[in-house]
Design a protein around this ligand. Structure first.
Ligand code: G3I
Length: 302
């Protein structure tokens, strides 16, 4: 096929992008979005500070606009994210203990209920593990409510939207030998063994060029898949967008049956959170880069 989404669909997969609500009025942007992608992730609009800016007062306008744009065009939506240490509204940042735990659970229940039936996958918990060699949880106000906060979040999401697939999402979990990757792997293994409802793992895959795209990435994908969860590449971008690295990532996903799709973290380089690094598949004018051709060819020929 001639577009990313249609080519991925022929391989039983999705090809998506992060979308910013503020860009939906940019016709150059929506032309590429509507032509190329069959999955979207709101870049910021479903985060806690966006959806519950004041405690108990929910705000869904921008998120609803993205969901509506996507679903009216047959694109699947990834919800991002229900529980995270970052982008918490001020009221939540200053909470702790059982009050915070209750506020987190209420947030999950309310937001997952609002979008029930519209979200294919939720990033229920985002970035809960520490970088480096410790393999420990990241310190945060949520972590300090008790080590069971992650499974409590998954159970609340499952109760609110039983048909959504529930994912754990993180970065620097690409190299199979890293302590952080191993720690997330053991958590997912434990959840599967104890029946905590988890369906998928997201590898954000923010790469800084060839250097931290690890040669064992495919092993990481297949190892998580072997636990009985789907695996998604959720926020792909690569410094300077080398075509060979994009090709390899695509082929790694295609080699693992449970790698169900790839989401790039923005459309044009000018839309990227790392816009100085030109990490995406389209240049600022909307033109296809060499990395685009490499991904499209891999999707069609692999
Ligand atoms: O909307 C306000 C605007 O009103 C204000 O004038 C401006 C001034 O700073 O800020 C704007 O908000 C910014 C928002 O992006 C929208 O552009 C925030 O400051 C900025 O912090 C926010 O950055 C986002 C970042 O997450 C925050 O953590 C990026 O867009 C978004 O791409 C990035 O995405 C994360 C994933 O959620 C999780 N994984 C890592 C990834 C990259 O950091």
């Amino acid at each position: 096929a001639t577009t990313l989404g249609a080519s991925a669909a022929e391989r039983g997969r999705f090809f998506g992008t992060a979308v910013a609500a503020g860009r939906l009025s940019d016709s150059a942007y929506t032309t590429i979005l509507n032509r190329e992608f069959n999955q979207v992730t709101p870049e910021n609009e479903m985060k806690i500070d966006a959806t519950e800016p004041q405690q108990g007062q929910f705000s869904y306008g921008n998120a609803d606009r993205i969901v509506s744009h996507a679903r009216s065009r047959g694109m699947q939506v990834r919800g991002h994210t229900l529980a995270w240490h970052s982008q918490q509204p001020g009221w939540m940042q200053s909470m702790s203990g059982s009050a915070l735990r209750q506020a987190m659970l209420n947030h999950i229940t309310q937001v997952a209920t609002h979008f029930r039936g519209q979200i294919a996958w939720w990033d229920v918990v985002n970035e809960a593990y520490a970088d480096g060699s410790s393999g420990a949880r990241r310190d945060s106000n949520l972590q300090r409510t008790g080590n069971d906060w992650i499974e409590a979040a998954f159970r609340a999401a499952d109760a609110a939207d039983p048909n959504a697939q529930l994912c754990y999402n993180d970065y620097n979990t690409d190299n199979w030998n890293d302590a952080k990757t191993q720690a997330v792997y053991r958590m997912v293994q434990d959840f599967k063994q104890r029946g905590v409802p988890i369906d998928c793992v997201g590898l954000q895959s923010h790469f800084t060029g060839g250097s931290n795209y690890p040669s064992n990435y495919r092993t990481t994908l297949s190892s998580f898949a072997a636990l009985g969860v789907d695996v998604h590449i959720t926020e792909l971008d690569i410094r300077n967008a080398p075509a060979d690295a994009y090709r390899n990532v695509t082929n790694d996903c295609l080699a693992v049956a449970r790698c169900k799709g790839i989401t790039v973290w923005g459309i044009r380089d000018s839309d990227s959170w790392r816009s100085g690094e030109s990490p995406l598949l389209f240049n600022g004018s909307g033109g296809k880069k060499a990395a685009y051709d490499a991904v499209l060819t891999a999707l069609n020929n692999g």
